[in-house]
Structure formats: structure tokens, C-alpha cells
Design a protein around this ligand. Structure first.
Ligand SMILES: Cc1ncc(COP(=O)(O)O)c(C=O)c1O
Length: 370
């Protein structure tokens, strides 16, 4: 198996050509000024930038509440805890996803139940979700993988009342399913602001929801269990999963540019598609949806060989994500042929707005000559 770490092997890069990086967050003067303002304010945590960032996120996801936390994983973890999910409960998760989706369920003492994905869309198959529901099922954590909106309408029909549909929208801020904002489709949504995400703060995440009770529970849990609306009572233990003001300020500056950041990714995706049509399997979204383009993940045969070749040519490519049933932690639930096919073929290409046409040509050439 290819190492999940990004390699920097440049032995056969063209003379004079630099390494083409996988990701490069789009941060500039506005972000720098926003950070400086916080430093000058002397208020590094729980200051005004938290609420400002949350308001921008809630607006973008078209929900009442957003609660900023320290990572996408923290958002998922607190969501599971806020819903009271624990021992004896089951949560359905895709077999092909970033492991955090399942890890938080397992760490809450519940059982993550893997279901297969469509090897082309790489999102869960609604029929497989329906088949996995038992009387223990409390929720389904639906992932909009790499920013491609999942088939929400079909998923709503796949689960009985009482089973919560939750969104792992880590890579789907700005994505839309049939006109509706991802992060605002389910009972709650979880966002990530890791540097490979659309809005990047370094580390960071948020829970989005219309449910004031869930929002308050997440606020309590991110701050030691302390009541969010005053008082010193702690009814149940909590954690410190707060997001510092410097990072919230970065987020506010990024959110002001959300449409610009999305449009830039759309432009890049189109530029790749033009060069790679017929060369590799291209990513797409369903008609009427807006892809969030968290990553540009194509499908190729002999992926590991192609990945090594790109890295040797000085192009930082990466695997798509993980097939959980192939990991020791979740190895007892297979088989999942869709997740196997997705895992074996998915290849993430360099994707950021410092890529020039010559870089895109170099990637396309390396893929065409494989
Ligand atoms: C689908 C998915 N869920 C959750 C996460 C975890 O987010 P974070 O890295 O912010 O903890 C990621 C991050 O890559 C992800 O891709």
C-alpha cells in the first residue's frame, strides 16, 4: 500500500521544474490583517471573532446555528456526544471515508456500521444504508466525499423515522444538493477547515444545525460542560474543543471570499477536465448540484503505480481516502467491493489556485504518458 503521507520525491522532475504541490491554502493580505487585529486586541480565545465566524458559517449553510470547534474531528465527536449516542447504539458510516467519520462513533462507545459506496460517485449507496438499519441504529453519518453532494433525497427515503441523518460535510462547505446548502440538509452538519479544505484556518471545524438544543449541547461540550448562557453549573462533563480567535478571524476573512474561493476551484476543475477527458475517470456531481471541489480526485487503473510515477515527476499526488474495512481497526465488517474499487482507483491531483496552465499541462502529460 502507498504511504498515506505526501511524498516529495523529485528524482525525475523535468530540469528546472519545481515540485507541484498538492495543496496551498489561498491566504493573503486580508487574512494577515485579520490575524494582526486579534493579536492587537489581546483577546486570543472566546472573543468576538468566534461569533462572527459562526454567523458567517450559519448563513452559508442556511441554518440557525453554527458552533466553531477545534477541528472537523471535534465537530463529529461533539455531534455524536450531543445526540447522546453511546454503548449499544449503531451509527451507519460509509466504508470509504476519512477514518474520523467512524473513529468518533467508536470512541463514543457505539458501533460504526460500515456500508458500501458507489465506486464512481464514491458516496454511500442509499439502498445499502436502508439494508443496514437495525433497531439499534441511531444515526447515519453521510459524507459528501471530496465535496460531491450525496443523494440526500434518496437517503431521506432510505431510513425510518427516528434515525437521524447527519452530514459529514468536512469538504462540502459551499456545495449544494438540488439547490440546498450542504451542512444544512441533515439534523446537523460537520465542517472542517483543515488546509486542504475550501475555507482553511489550519485546524478548525464547526457543527451546523437548526436545532437550538443540539447547538447548546455542542457549546457546552466544547467548553468543559459549562452552561453556554451563564451560570456556573456543570451537569455533565465536557472537553476543551474551542477554536481560538486568531483562527476564527482567519475564517471570517476566508468566508468573505467564499464565493471567490469556490469559483476558483470550479475554474480549476474545468481546466483539469478539459485536459483529462478520456485519460482518467473524471469527478462530477449530479445534474442540478454544485460540487464543493474540496479535492480533485480522478479514477485510474494501477493507481499505486501512477501515484509513484507522478511523485517521481515532482507532482505531489495522493490517494483519495481510506477504505475502512481494510484497516485493522475496522477489519471485521467486509466485504465492500464498491469501497475497494474506490480505494484502489482514487487519485487526488494537485488542486489549488497557484497552479498555472503549465502545471496543469505537466500533470496531464504525466497522466497521459503513464
Ligand atoms: C470526510 C472527512 N471527515 C472528517 C475529517 C476530519 O477533519 P479534521 O482534519 O478537520 O479533523 C476529514 C478531514 O480530512 C474528512 O475528509
Amino acid at each position: 500500500m502507498v504511504s498515506p503521507m505526501v511524498g516529495r520525491v523529485v528524482s525525475r522532475a523535468p530540469a528546472g521544474a519545481g515540485v507541484i504541490r498538492l495543496a496551498w491554502p489561498d491566504l493573503g493580505a486580508e487574512e494577515l490583517a485579520a490575524v494582526a487585529e486579534v493579536l492587537e486586541s489581546g483577546q486570543l480565545t472566546m472573543g468576538p471573532k468566534v461569533g462572527e465566524f459562526e454567523a458567517a458559517l450559519a448563513q452559508a449553510c442556511e441554518v440557525e446555528h453554527a458552533v466553531a470547534v477545534s477541528s472537523g474531528t471535534a465537530a463529529l465527536h461533539l455531534s455524536v456526544l450531543a445526540l447522546g449516542i453511546g454503548p449499544g447504539d449503531e451509527v451507519i458510516v460509509p466504508a470509504y471515508t476519512f477514518p474520523a467519520t467512524a473513529n468518533v462513533v467508536a470512541l463514543a462507545g457505539a458501533r460504526p456500521v460500515l456500508v458500501d459506496v458507489d465506486p464512481e460517485t464514491m458516496n454511500v449507496v442509499p439502498g445499502a444504508v436502508a439494508a443496514a438499519v437495525t433497531e439499534r441504529t441511531k444515526a447515519v453519518l453521510v459524507v459528501h466525499l471530496f465535496g460531491r453532494p450525496a443523494r440526500w433525497d434518496e437517503l431521506e427515503g432510505a431510513v425510518p423515522e427516528g434515525v437521524a441523518l447527519l452530514e459529514d460535510a468536512a469538504g462540502a462547505l459551499g456545495a449544494r444538493r438540488a439547490g440546498r446548502a450542504c451542512g444544512g440538509l441533515g439534523e446537523l452538519g460537520c465542517l472542517s477547515f483543515h488546509p486542504r479544505k475550501i475555507v482553511a484556518t489550519g485546524e478548525g471545524g464547526a457543527v451546523t444545525t437548526d436545532d437550538g438544543g443540539i447547538a447548546d449541547a455542542v457549546r457546552r461540550l466544547r467548553h468543559h460542560g459549562i452552561e453556554p448562557h451563564g451560570g456556573f453549573e456543570i451537569r455533565a462533563p465536557g472537553l476543551n474543543y474551542r477554536l481560538p480567535d486568531i483562527l476564527c478571524a482567519l475564517g471570517v476573512a476566508q468566508m468573505r471570499r467564499l464565493e471567490e474561493l469556490l469559483a476558483e476551484r470550479e475554474r480549476l476543475a474545468a481546466a483539469y477536465a478539459e485536459r483529462l477527458d478520456g485519460v482518467v475517470g473524471l469527478p462530477s456531481a449530479d445534474a442540478g448540484d454544485r460540487h464543493g471541489w474540496q479535492a480533485y480526485v480522478v479514477r485510474v487503473d494501477r493507481r499505486d503505480e501512477v501515484l509513484s510515477g507522478l511523485r517521481e515527476a515532482g507532482i505531489e499526488a495522493q490517494i483519495g481516502t481510506y477504505a475502512l474495512h481494510r484497516l485493522a481497526a475496522y477489519g471485521d465488517q467486509g466485504p465492500f467491493p464498491g469501497a475497494d474499487a474506490a480505494y484502489e482507483r482514487a487519485l487526488a491531483l494537485p488542486f489549488h489556485n497557484r497552479l498555472g496552465n503549465d502545471d496543469l499541462d505537466r500533470v496531464a502529460e504525466a497522466l497521459s504518458s503513464r
